[in-house]
Design a protein around this ligand. Structure first.
Ligand SMILES: [Zn+2]
Ligand SMILES: [Zn+2]
Length: 145
């Protein structure tokens, strides 16, 4: 849905460029991928797009809020297009697999802190850690890295 991406870019005053469309398409099809994976996905279809171009696009998309950057402790930064709903993530300790977890109680309730200390709060970050189904069924020897 390229035209949809074009509208999203224009909505945040970003010029529509091939690398930007390619990065958005990669993130739509592969949520929670790291920078290297985005580069590989984009360059598979668009070999002319440089690594630096992908870095620049990811920064521009993150800065304008089209893309969300998540970085659980000890895991490389991941990117996703699902933004502004303050959803959380579950992370596999073995392989780094990440999945979306909706807020536990309805619509972004975690933003209502029990005590805000006078801060205006706009984001709550909850990370659930565990072991993904694939790692659970994998034999011990090759399961960890
Ligand atoms: Zn895993
Ligand atoms: Zn997510």
């Amino acid at each position: 849905m390229t035209s949809d991406f074009e509208a999203q870019l224009r909505a945040v005053s970003l010029r529509v460029t091939r690398p930007r469309l390619a990065v958005l398409a990669a993130l739509r099809d592969h949520p929670h991928v790291d920078t290297d994976t985005v580069i590989a996905l984009v360059r598979a279809d668009h070999p002319a797009v440089s690594h630096q171009a992908v870095y620049d696009v990811l920064r521009a998309l993150t800065d304008t809020g089209l893309v969300r950057r998540i970085q659980p402790a000890g895991v490389t930064a991941r990117y996703e297009m699902r933004v502004r709903d303050n959803h959380h993530h579950v992370v596999c300790r073995s392989c780094g697999e990440i999945a979306d977890v909706d807020c536990a109680v309805g619509n972004a309730p975690c933003l209502t802190a029990s005590h805000d200390h006078g801060f205006v709060i706009d984001e709550a970050e909850v990370v659930y850690w565990g072991t993904c189904p694939e790692c659970l069924t994998r034999p011990e020897e090759e399961g960890t890295r």
